[in-house]
Design a protein around this ligand. Structure first.
Ligand SMILES: [Zn+2]
Length: 357
């Protein structure tokens, strides 16, 4: 397994010269997937990357967004068999400069050669599906097609562990999906088993993006940096800083846009409520007296600043802009309804294991 990594490194040097630096960015889970004979070499690689011919080696929970961002910022190439379907919106250059994404093949002479991986544009709805599938399956290890996982997805969960940050922030139940243990139990980020609070209602996904990023075709916005689920009956605060019952839009690990500073500490209250007699639940937002305000942009293009304390209903075609900095919209996707069958070819969010960038 690890041998292939070195063969790819050698192919890069042969084609681009020994001076062209190579960094390795890998998923933490790579360690567990390697055969035990590779562990010593991996340790050596982590301790002394230069001796193994790498400029830098880093392990992160989810490598793809990290090395795509590094490649964009530094104008570098990426060597990967992944097609990054779930990251096309966040990193539009993957389609625009697809020649910078290289894959490899091993010839009959066992020599490894690098070549452009042939990434082609995909329609926006395929990107949405891939994002939501990847979020569930790879970040949360939840597979909507697995019966045990489906039960976890359709329930509300609470952590009761003493001293747990998540338990303090979400005393009435987690907003987002729980993690799953190896044995299929719902667990908290602190590691404690979660308490099942009963079934979760219809759940919709909200998308947060940089309001200053350019629009993409299909009314989608670039600069997307966060998605979170809200179920009927849930109410969640959005702001900048750690909030009880809330989401911190400025959390460093999200890599938020610089303008997020214009979002107030407690900015907006978002809820999803059942509408008797209508086609489904309705999303509502209340501006909580934010410093820089909230604007609602209707599908007609009509734009209006909402009053502090005023409650506005908004739908899939509308957007909210917080402090002129951050855009919030409803995703078109509906989580794991019976009708929502995810195409199998997107089952891993775009395919392939990434070894190196
Ligand atoms: Zn916990």
């Amino acid at each position: 397994m690890l041998k292939r990594l070195f063969l790819v490194r050698d192919a890069w040097r042969e084609q681009f010269g020994t001076k062209a630096p190579v960094d390795l960015v890998a998923d933490d889970s790579l360690v567990g997937s390697l055969p035990s004979d590779d562990h010593a070499r991996l340790l050596q690689l982590r301790r002394n990357p230069r001796r193994e011919g790498f400029a830098d080696v880093r392990f992160v929970p989810y490598a793809d967004p990290v090395f795509l961002r590094l490649a964009r910022e530094r104008g570098r190439y990426v060597i990967s068999r992944d097609r990054f379907t779930d990251l096309r919106r966040k990193e539009p250059w993957v389609e625009q400069q697809s020649e910078r994404i290289l894959s490899w093949t091993t010839g009959a002479d066992r020599r490894v050669r690098l070549h452009p991986s042939g990434i082609v544009p995909v329609p926006p709805h395929r990107v949405s599906q891939a994002i939501e599938f990847k979020d569930l399956k790879h970040l949360q290890r939840l597979d909507p097609e697995h019966p045990g996982h489906a039960r976890i997805l359709r329930s509300h969960w609470r952590c009761t562990a003493l001293g747990c940050d998540t338990a303090m922030r979400w005393p009435d139940g987690l907003l987002s999906w729980p993690a799953v243990s190896r044995t299929g139990a719902a667990v908290c980020t602190c590691g404690a088993l979660l308490e099942n609070l009963g079934p979760r209602g219809v759940t919709r996904s909200f998308v947060v993006s940089d309001a200053t990023a350019a629009d993409l075709p299909g009314g989608l916005s670039a600069g997307e940096y966060l998605r979170f689920p809200v179920s009927v009956g849930d109410a969640v605060q959005l702001g900048r800083g750690t909030l009880r019952h809330g989401i911190n839009l400025g959390a460093e690990e999200l890599n938020p846009p610089v303008g997020v500073k214009r979002v107030s500490r407690v900015h907006l209250l978002l809820s999803m409520e059942e509408q008797p007699g209508s086609g489904g639940p309705q999303a509502y937002a209340v501006d909580l007296g934010s410093g820089n305000g909230t604007v609602v942009v209707r599908s007609s293009g009509a734009t209006r600043r909402i009053e502090p304390g005023e409650r506005v209903a908004f739908g899939e075609m509308d957007r909210l802009v917080l402090g002129d900095a951050v855009t919030l919209r409803l995703s078109g996707q509906r989580y794991f309804s019976a009708e929502q069958a995810l195409p199998r070819e997107l089952g891993d969010g775009g395919g392939g294991r990434t070894l190196l960038s």
